[in-house]
Design a protein around this ligand. Sequence first.
Ligand code: A2P
Length: 348
Amino acid sequence: MGLNVAIVGATGAVGVEFMQVLERRRFPIKELRLLASKRSAGSKLAFNGQQHTVQELTAESFKGCDLALFSAGSSVSKQYREACVKAGCLMVDNSSAFRMEDGVPLVVPEINPGEAVKALQKNGGKGVIANPNCVTIIALVALAPLHKEAGIRRLVAATYQASSGAGHAAMVELQEGTRAFLDNKPFTPKVLPWPYAFNLFPHNSPWMEDKGYCEEEMKLLKESHKILGDTSPRITATCVRVPILRSHSEALNVEFVKPLSVARAYEILRQAPGVTVLEDRSKNRWPMPMDVSGKDNVYVGRIRADHSNPNTLDLWVVGDQLLKGAALNAVQCAEVALLGKLAPNANP
Ligand code: A2P
């Protein structure tokens, strides 16, 4: 017994993680279809100890499928949505294509699991669940329980984003650029706009000239409001790419409506689903990307009262962009919608 599952973008950075997450969480699979572009058709990938052949994605790929996990970019998601949904297959989409569309649930299962099932409702369900932006997921897993307790009035976020957010090729570019830098050789980036090794730059998503923000920064604002079901938190962000392979870090300055002590914030977060508090003040030890890469949970530490503003806390939050920021959250959405329950995090 099990479901027929398709992975669209199976050869990509998130695609490979989809397979590992499905394996680790023992997602019940009858048949697995690995789909990518024509370039990868015929290549083999291992799943549950068996080799599977990658097939070229076509409109026929979804026949008989129950679930399709998409991570092949917005244009592929837009092109194949109809074929997928018409085949009666639930689409969980990691791209930004449908996140803000009315009627498409935008889901972080620790926060708004009830929304996931709406995708499949007979009248009005659109057959699509949108997986939120990685920075937004990682911030909200930590912030939503605090918002519930004390209400966020304003969030000021600074992000330190890993290369994985730009896909497998950007991860390779960071490694190759680092090697070239150390060998004193010239290196011209092809995926990212600027040299990445021993450098950093404000996020290279499209610049929204009217607002002065880049798209990534606006996603945190708009998607947070949709996920929380509350447009009252005022949110601003500066998103930055740093030369890290796969975990995003975020410095969050959060002003609350009601008083919230540091001790109470720790107490809430120690009990919050999907959160690990990691710190040892005596050793000046807080979550780092190297602690969190490969981990399912979002890690939090360094919670302190902002001495420059009343009712305000500072938090340091780190999450694996490829897992909770992408593949894990998408598989959890599918679990809630199709299986009615979440499997425990295999690697918290
Ligand atoms: P391929 O490896 O054949 O190019 P990443 O996010 O790491 O860049 O990965 C993108 C994923 O999306 C890859 O699996 C890639 O397949 C897949 N992909 C890109 N364009 C298409 C397309 N037009 N049709 C199907 N899959 C695509």
